[in-house]
Design a binder for this molecule. Sequence first.
Ligand SMILES: [Zn+2]
Ligand SMILES: [Zn+2]
Length: 341
Amino acid sequence: MGAEKPIKCLAITSKDGQLEDWEYTPEPLKPGDVDVRVLYNGLCHSDLHVWREDWGPCPFPMVPGHEVVGVVEEVGSSVNHLKKGDLVGVGWFRDACLECDACVKGDDNVCPNGVGTIMGGQKGGFAERIRANAALAQLIPPEIDPAEAAPLLCAGITVWSPISRYVTRSGMKVGVVGLGGLGHLALQFASAIGADVYAISGTASKEKEARGFGAKHFQKIDDVPDKTLDVILNTTPGGIKCADLVNKLTYNGQLVYLGGGTDKVDVLAFDLILAQRSISGSATGGRALFREMFRIAGLHNVRPLIEKIPISKANEAVEKLTNGNVRYRIVLETGDYFKNK
Ligand SMILES: [Zn+2]
Ligand SMILES: [Zn+2]
């Protein structure tokens, strides 16, 4: 095999830095890998958390982008299920061992040998190409627009995973706390499968849209009566007291943390014991869930509301996200940006 062609990309080189042009030489294409020409990237808060080192040290340079949609450009010698020209997406992980118990079950997102696309790997999709294990390159169904597919690869799977696990009967009361990138998709997925959906937000101007996404109720957390909800999905970046959420759960209720990773989960054990309530966390999903999530999204027309911005304006997009001015997901369009570099 000849020398690898460098990959042109945008990278962050320091914690307080801005995205700037960079390139790196990828490791040789393994038999199970694919190379994907990138069309779109969703811009997720986690990209910012990683380079701002909110979750620990980040080895720089770091290439953000873990909601990556593109076209397969090259396939490794052992890849049979994908071919050149297929439209695929790469999410939080771009490699896994495929042999451990979790991987065998299709839960490769909890593989102990997994390689993160931006965390651990640092080689995300803000680039002309991305290289990933073909097993983790998810086929995008033809009925889903490629730009709209991007946010489903992190935000979409992150909310579908706990909904598929805990919303087991039609009519269950599901509270979605926080109406951002994750929350607006959670409302749609939960209502698609027949839940009685509560949008929980302090931003009154979001009520009309929340109802459009399927919410039957729109309330501030303090206005939800105690012992009401079967499932609560906390999608906020943090700051809500755990006990305030737990008290809204009915018996056997389930509180799931999808955000607020640095919050303290501090609650009186009796508040769990007597009503048999549970608190859990969830992050992304494996291959089996990805297939299911795309099927449900296709079937019920679950789509993110996106704002497309050319990747040449990536720094402005980051500023917009930082200022909280996004409804509901920015998608960066690669276009010809790297061709001219
Ligand atoms: Zn594994
Ligand atoms: Zn994400």
